[in-house]
Design a protein around this ligand. Structure first.
Ligand code: ADP
Length: 663
């Protein structure tokens, strides 16, 4: 009986999905799109977010047999989107995820030889090209969200141009976006065919604040509650900059709701978050229909701008900011900063309110501020470190970076800095070719070259187990929860893991302790263990996954695909500190009399971040992961080292610094 009912329920759900597919704007253009793909080598497809590009087009092409027995690759700049879209398409096609439809993102591959439609992050497709330079298993490559102009997508633009020339007529390319300069793309791809997909967009009433707001977080909170009180039914989508802000509001909204006047007569609010680091099961919640009598509030990062379409939204609240990576070539440092969005982003965000009916957008900045925004954000290639880009292009056989067909040339200074770093790391020979074995190994690691070097040095210094733990812990979101009201308790908890040698070794201690907690029984023991210690359970799980994956591969003598035997330095941390220095030496710094630090390579002045276990301790010499720029420059994830190690561990670099008088 139960089985029979569930079969009926499944059939209903299936029917519902089919109906939804047929209603999408792209459904009407199916035949035309298939014909265009047949007729042209390269297409540029521009269509409103939610019109069905990512989920439907690959299915059309697959069903029409255009992949000719090969596969279709669809890239997404974000892993969340790659996973969510693959799940949806598998569900629509009624197949097991990982079989006919699959995905591949860093450290997580759900695809097989049977996979015909494969969603992957753009970075993963670049990795595939490193091994198979003509991407021979694909007949069609779709580069989605091309307007984002991420570094890997940028490599793929040039690469696809070259591959199309090599595989004469054998490779179709489709560039997709909700918002891009189609003419520029058509020109770059030698007169590619441009198609505009007619979307359904209802009018959106856009409102600004009369005066700049003091705190956008507070303004978002107040606006969401105000909409709930004043406006008719319809879900709310609020744009924030990151997980921490989202979690704060997730807590505050239900707290404040009962305090509103007439709260008893108001409907309930269902608050759901969506951001990159969220677990896939939780991400799926944003797509569930809002229960009757309730209003959904989606708290999102810029991921909901174009990557993910949430149905039911009538109101958009836009804080006007985004977290973006930026690179300062002079200072040779990447940093994650909260910056104002562009006009194009503001329009995309507002547009989310008008997908199903007329809507309203509340911009929490003044109209004058909007008019002062940049038209569009600069491509990543002009604002991030290019070390891994250069490394990958070298592997792809590009000897001279200036000869590669970039859509927009990267800044010369940034290219030079990247070459310098790679030379100092030993990844390039004096003549600029990939070194063997180091350079070739670094390319294969799914890590920034500096962290790859840290790991490989761990192998050379007989502490690869510890180095791998450090890399795993720094590859996930922060594990120490930063809850404001529990700051003291958190500091107290951290003491049990604390190493006087710094944050990296403290993180190693956390992971080592975590691994001793039984994983199976009692159920979720590890989650409870994290909760009690105010640690982020999800980050810990992720770190362990990365570690285990690498260890399993190392059983075949491969560590993440590179020849490194697993070895432990037991309790002697000296080799690990040196391994850390060998990778992160660009961020080695010396104490100054005023207790700040001078970064040796760049001369930049930094302070140890207050969250560091070394904050207030003043070691003479430190090395750290990255610089966080807020009110001042902070060094994050810091380890103590000896000044005398510099010339020993990275002789080439520091001898050069010495001879030029910089030391
Ligand atoms: P586009 O690529 O044009 O932005 P998509 O193909 O991503 O459009 O989405 C088309 C529709 O499918 C949207 O209305 C969206 O709500 C729905 N959709 C996409 N992904 C999912 C999902 N994982 N679960 C439920 N619905 C989804």
């Amino acid at each position: 009986m139960v089985e029979a009912r569930s079969a009926v329920a499944q059939a209903r759900e299936w029917h519902g999905i089919q109906k939804a597919q047929e209603r999408l704007p792209i459904a009407e253009a199916r035949k035309q799109l298939i014909d265009l793909v047949k007729a042209h080598q390269t297409l540029v497809l521009v269509g409103e977010t939610g019109s069905g590009k990512s989920t439907q087009l690959p299915q059309f092409l697959h069903r029409a047999g255009l992949a000719e027995g090969k596969s279709i690759a669809v890239t997404q700049p974000r892993r969340v989107a790659a996973i969510a879209v693959a799940r949806r398409v598998a569900q629509e096609m009624g197949v097991q995820l990982g079989a006919e439809v699959g995905y591949a993102v860093r450290f997580d591959d759900r695809s097989s030889a049977a996979t015909r439609i494969k969603y992957l992050t753009d970075g993963m497709l670049v990795r595939e090209a490193l091994i198979d330079p003509t991407l021979s298993r694909y007949k069609i490559v779709v580069l989605d969200e091309a307007h984002e102009r991420t570094l890997p997508t940028e490599i793929l633009f040039g690469l696809m141009k070259q591959i199309q020339a090599q595989r004469k007529g054998g490779m179709k390319l489709i560039i997709m976006s909700a918002t891009l300069d189609a003419a520029k793309f058509a020109h770059f791809f030698d007169g590619a065919k441009v198609i505009y997909l007619q979307g359904r967009q209802f009018s959106v009433d856009t409102m600004y604040v009369p005066e700049p707001v003091d705190s956008y977080l507070d303004a978002v909170l107040r606006t969401v509650l105000q909409i709930h009180v004043d406006e008719p039914e319809g879900d709310i989508l609020a744009f924030l900059t990151g997980q921490e802000e989202i979690e704060t509001l997730q807590r505050l909204i239900p707290e404040r709701l009962p305090q509103l006047e007439g709260a008893e007569s108001l409907g309930k609010l269902l608050v759901v978050p969506i951001y990159a680091a969220l677990q896939p099961e939780q991400q799926a919640k944003v797509f569930e229909p809002t229960p009757a009598g309730m209003r959904k509030v989606i708290l999102a990062t810029n991921i909901a701008e174009t990557s993910i379409t949430v149905p039911g939204v009538r109101y958009v609240v836009d804080a006007g900011f985004v977290k973006a990576r930026s690179y300062n070539a002079r200072l040779q440092s990447d940093s994650l900063q909260v910056v104002p969005i562009s006009k194009a982003q503001a329009r995309q965000r507002s547009g989310r309110a008008g997908r199903e009916a007329a809507g309203k957008a509340f911009r929490l900045y003044t109209e004058a501020a909007f008019l002062g925004l940049q038209a569009a954000s600069a491509p990543e290639i002009q604002r991030v470190s290019l070390a891994s880009l250069v490394l990958q292009l070298k592997q792809l056989g590009v000897a001279d970076m200036t000869a590669f067909p970039f859509m927009d040339a990267p800044p010369k200074a940034a290219l030079l800095r990247a070459l310098e770093l790679l030379l100092a790391l030993g990844a390039l020979d004096a003549d600029g070719a990939l070194s063997k074995p180091l350079g070739a190994q670094l390319v294969r690691l799914p890590l920034e070259p500096a962290f790859g070097k840290l790991l490989l040095s761990g192998g050379a210094m007989s502490c690869s187990e510890e180095a791998l733990s450090v890399v795993s812990m720094t590859s996930t979101d922060p594990v120490f929860l930063n809850t404001r009201n529990k700051q003291e308790a958190a500091t107290e908890m951290r003491k049990q893991f604390l190493s006087p040698l710094g944050d990296h070794i403290t993180l190693l201690n956390v992971l080592t302790a975590y691994m001793k907690v039984p994983s199976g029984f009692p159920k979720n023991e590890r989650g409870r263990w994290c909760g009690e210690r105010l640690l982020n359970a999800r980050s810990m799980r992720k770190a362990l996954e990365i570690l285990e994956k690498a260890v399993i591969e190392s059983k075949n003598d491969l560590l993440l695909g590179v020849q490194v035997p697993l070895k432990s330095c037991e309790n002697d941390m000296d080799p690990l500190q040196r391994a850390i220095l060998s990778g992160l030496f660009m961020h080695a710094a010396i104490l100054l009399p005023d207790n700040t630090y001078k970064v040796i390579a760049s001369g930049q002045i930094v302070s140890i971040h207050p969250s560091s276990v070394l904050s207030g301790r003043k070691p003479r010499c430190i090395v750290f992961d990255e610089i966080l720029r807020t009110t001042r420059n902070y060094a994050r994830n810091v380890t103590v080292m000896e000044p005398s190690w510099l010339p020993e561990v990275v002789p080439a670099f520091f001898r050069k610094m010495e001879s030029s008088g910089s030391l």
